[in-house]
Design a protein around this ligand. Sequence first.
Ligand SMILES: CC(C)(COP(=O)(O)OP(=O)(O)OC[C@H]1O[C@@H](n2cnc3c(N)ncnc32)[C@H](O)[C@@H]1OP(=O)(O)O)[C@@H](O)C(=O)NCCC(=O)NCCS
Length: 340
Amino acid sequence: MTLASPLASATGAAHTRILGIGAYRPSRVVPNADIVEAIDSSDEWIQQRSGIRQRRWADDHETVQMMSVEASRKALERSGLTATDIDCVIVATVSHLLQTPAVATAVAHELGTDQAAAFDISAACAGFCHGVALANDLVRAGSATNVLVIGVERLSDITDLDDRGTAFIFADGAGAAVVGPSDTPGIAPVVWGSDGEQFDLIRQREDWRDVVGTDAAPGSGVMPYLTMQGNPVFRWASFAMAKVAHQALERAGITVDDLDVFVPHQANMRIIDAMARSMKLPEKVRIARDIAEQGNTSAASVPLALDRMIAEGDAKSGDVALLIAFGAGLAYAAQVVVVP
Ligand SMILES: CC(C)(COP(=O)(O)OP(=O)(O)OC[C@H]1O[C@@H](n2cnc3c(N)ncnc32)[C@H](O)[C@@H]1OP(=O)(O)O)[C@@H](O)C(=O)NCCC(=O)NCCS
């Protein structure tokens, strides 16, 4: 039975693409030598196990909002748009430490959008690819015309610098992309999902109430840092994510032979290598390896890595790129895009 309705229905663009990418790398360069003493490690061990030579950590003035705005300004400039063309701002982050309101509203305001819809999403390291998937759907559905997607983290605020398992991995930075209408398909359908059975593998150690305390019990007063069970995360990412990457290629209607660029989440160089091997990527595919200089910046890692590849000539406009990101949850998302 068809239900009569007086409502209008929105229609959007036939296709979308990333119109421009921008990045912000914090000013503090922190080599392995500066952190090894506290975790009884060595530059050699860290490079061998993770591929990280140095990371970037934010200074006091490099807030989540400030880094988001800087990355966004570059993305807007490269897309040929201004802030008033943006009608939706999505910020993916787990390190905006004010529970509410969303930092996206402050970013939208500082950029000078005309009261754009603005909200944060929490999908940890997979956040940026979730944001691109949402933006793609919003523009195609007619809910927005141009969407600004930002991945940003200040993980140095929530990393225990005495924890051997995480102190050398996590870092800070921001990346942004403008997603808008296109004459041809520039963002393929997303493949995404989650495995909540592994909820505890990477997580904030304590609930805020355990830190602050309640009437019934005093809190610890200690920052609820990130904790990670590195080994199972490593195995999951290296094997399960290669399958997801293949599914994303299938959904885009292409094979590895059509790929120019592979931009996996910059979690660990050994995971990147394991994925590339297991996907049987042809030699010609350029692979993002931003982690060596930048560390693991969670939601910011994919746009930062793509931005570096564009800047260094490893990715050029029109190239076909596979993005894949995965992390706490466990949550993951992958999609093929055309490089702006
Ligand atoms: C974190 C990671 C590099 C640790 O490597 P690993 O090989 O799994 O290390 P293990 O925890 O099994 O420890 C191996 C040995 O190194 C030692 N070790 C652990 N951390 C160390 C450190 N920071 N420095 C030096 N030695 C260390 C351990 O004590 C252990 O020593 P033992 O063999 O004498 O007992 C690895 O598990 C990893 O990369 N996991 C994925 C992390 C990731 O990508 N997270 C982000 C997802 S979004």
